[in-house]
Design a binder for this molecule. Structure first.
Ligand code: VGL
Ligand code: ZN
Length: 210
């Protein structure tokens, strides 16, 4: 078939797989309930896309989001980290450790490019586009535009943190954004956090696919 007439996998769309990493799966350091259930769904979704990007949470051991790096603080407490509100987490996705690896069974051979985030110990980075202070870009937006991408489908972990902030930044970057809920799960620190995150994404213009 002439590629210009093939509308099955149009080139102006990309799939963004958010943080499908061992530490966010059941048994991992920052486990998301049912996190493993999104892997087969994400694998199937990949068949519909030509351009597939994965984000990877990639922290140095001294990262400021780890409760262990703040004497006397416990995971899930909230602090001020260099002027920004920060939830403290268990030590997770440390660079080069198995917990930071992509989930077993994920079709990594189909991933076009990986964008790593959370590498600066002074600031966290939930979004795949920018750190939480919008100070530095990961290059994701620029790269997508270079590919001619205009529409994004997002899925992954966690719906109420990294997926949400990636989706909201994607809108500001001018992309049409769809969230694929069957391939997403949330941390849900407080009951209702996922529903609230989905409502916030929807009210900002994200298309919710369930
Ligand atoms: C995430 C908390 C800390 C996520 C990453 O991927 O949603 N959440 N780091
Ligand atoms: Zn993290």
């Amino acid at each position: 078939m002439n590629p210009s007439t093939n509308t099955d996998r149009p080139g102006d769309r990309a799939l963004i797989l958010v943080d499908l990493q061992n530490d966010f799966l059941p048994g991992g350091a920052l486990a998301v309930t049912e996190g493993d259930q999104v892997i087969p769904v994400a694998n199937r979704l990949m068949d519909d896309f030509e351009v597939i990007v994965a984000t990877q949470d990639w922290h140095p051991p001294d990262h400021g989001s780890f409760a262990a790096n703040h004497p006397g603080k416990q995971p899930y407490e909230r602090i001020d980290l260099n002027g920004l509100p920060q939830v403290l987490w268990t030590v997770h996705c440390v660079q080069g450790t198995p917990g930071a690896d992509f989930a077993p069974g994920l079709r990594v051979d189909r991933i076009t490019k990986v964008f790593r985030k959370g590498t600066d110990p002074e600031i966290d980075s939930y979004s795949g586009f920018y750190d939480n202070g919008h100070r530095k870009s990961t290059g994701l937006g620029e790269w997508l535009r270079e590919q001619g991408v205009k529409r994004l489908t997002l899925c992954g972990l966690a719906t109420d943190y990294c997926v949400k902030f990636t989706a909201l930044d994607a809108l500001v970057e001018g992309f049409e954004v769809t969230l694929h809920l069957p391939a997403s799960r949330g941390v849900e620190l407080a009951p209702g956090d996922v529903d609230e995150a989905v409502a916030e994404m929807r009210s900002n213009g994200v298309i919710i696919e369930d």
